[in-house]
Design a protein around this ligand. Structure first.
Ligand code: TXD
Length: 330
């Protein structure tokens, strides 16, 4: 049977880790594209030379030409600038939307049947732009943010409770910005509510338990910035790469995994026609279902606030890309 073909647009920090994970898991043949000459070719040669020790049989190719992505089953996009210390993700809108326009045109022309997973920031706006430019059905164009944000939240809970992170379940919904919405009410360790365990840990002191949870929620929202500040140059790369691979694998292997995905809402959660993070079933058809559930008043208000922040960025796109105004407003 033919191997799957995975194209990675952007051969920087995340792109390199994506290529390595695809190869190590033998998800398929990999094409790494970048505009910088030599960079993708060098990374893929380096990776190919470890195939024997890592025991993988996939073809790896670095390229500066979009023709090489032809026939891709999945395209994962990391092209664009990462933020610098002190910057918000939204500050990248001007520069990265121009890059995303170019990339989306390349995908539309050369990989018209592919599923597309966007990673570039500001995430929700970049996914919207890519879907509008390619015109692909929305179940085939999605963004990675929630898998990572949720994993960060789960990690903080696991560290606090001293349990394996594998047994922690917690989700983060909404846009991938400072307004993201960690859902505290359903956070659990193998079914046991986290808040209940915190209250017990702090000897029944509800206020202290709440204070600890609030700090974890806040750290989750700012977790990307925490890494940016420590690195000094560039942003997180292992974690976004692993998160996107989980999504790609769910599609390629038709796993029907339930993951928080930046998906186009058509009325779900009270939102019409905006991309934002919600729990989705991911399988061979891409987004096969959006899992709706009732948010309480407070959660819905935070979710709406997050959607408002996404809308603000989308409204700026026609000014940045006037030649696309008709598509963007359509
Ligand atoms: O969870 C998430 N979604 C994210 C997203 C978590 C962390 C970082 N996230 C964002 O991913 C970050 O804010 C950036 O917008 C992207 C890529 O981050 P990365 O750390 O990989 O950035 P690099 O190392 O600078 O790599 C970007 C590459 C670089 O090699 C450029 O030459 C290339 O993008 N680039 C392009 N490739 C193709 N086409 C065009 N036009 C182009 N312009 C730059």
């Amino acid at each position: 049977m033919k191997r799957a073909k995975i194209s990675l647009i952007g051969g920087g920090q995340i792109g390199g880790v994506l290529a390595q994970l695809c190869a190590q898991r033998e998800l398929g043949d990999v094409v790494l594209f970048d505009i910088v000459e030599g960079l993708p070719q060098g990374k893929m040669l380096d990776l190919a030379e470890v195939a024997r020790i890592d025991q993988f049989d996939v073809d790896l190719k670095g390229t500066n030409s979009y023709t090489d992505i032809a026939g891709s089953d999945i395209v994962i996009v990391t092209a664009g600038l990462p933020r610098k210390p002190g910057m918000s993700r939204d500050d990248l809108l001007g520069i990265n939307s121009k890059i995303m326009k170019q990339v989306s045109e390349g995908i539309k022309e050369y990989a018209p049947d592919a599923f597309v997973i966007i990673i570039s920031n500001p995430l929700d706006a970049m996914v919207t732009l890519c879907q509008k430019v390619t015109g692909f059905p929305s179940e085939r164009v999605i963004g990675q943010a929630g898998v990572l944000d949720s994993n960060r939240f789960c990690s903080f809970i696991a560290w606090e409770l001293g349990v394996s992170v594998r047994d922690v379940n917690a989700m983060v919904l909404g846009g991938h910005g400072d307004t993201m919405v960690p859902i505290v009410r359903y956070a659990n360790v193998n079914g046991v509510p986290v808040m209940e365990q915190l209250v017990r840990k702090y000897g029944g002191d509800q206020a202290k338990a709440q204070e600890v949870m609030d700090a974890m929620v806040e750290r989750t929202k700012m977790a990307g910035g925490e890494v940016v500040k420590l690195l000094g140059n560039g942003s997180a790369f292992y974690s976004p790469a692993s998160s996107a691979i989980a999504m790609a694998e769910a599609i390629l292997r038709d796993q029907k995994r339930v993951l928080p995905v930046c998906a186009l809402l058509k009325g779900e959660f009270g939102v019409d026609n905006y991309y934002v993070g919600v729990p989705c079933v991911l399988g061979s058809k891409g987004v096969e279902a959006i899992i709706e559930f009732d948010l309480n008043k407070e959660e819905q208000a935070m979710f709406d606030n997050s959607v408002k922040a996404v809308k603000k960025l989308i409204d700026e796109l026609p000014t940045i890309l006037p030649d696309l105004a008709a598509i963007l407003n359509g």
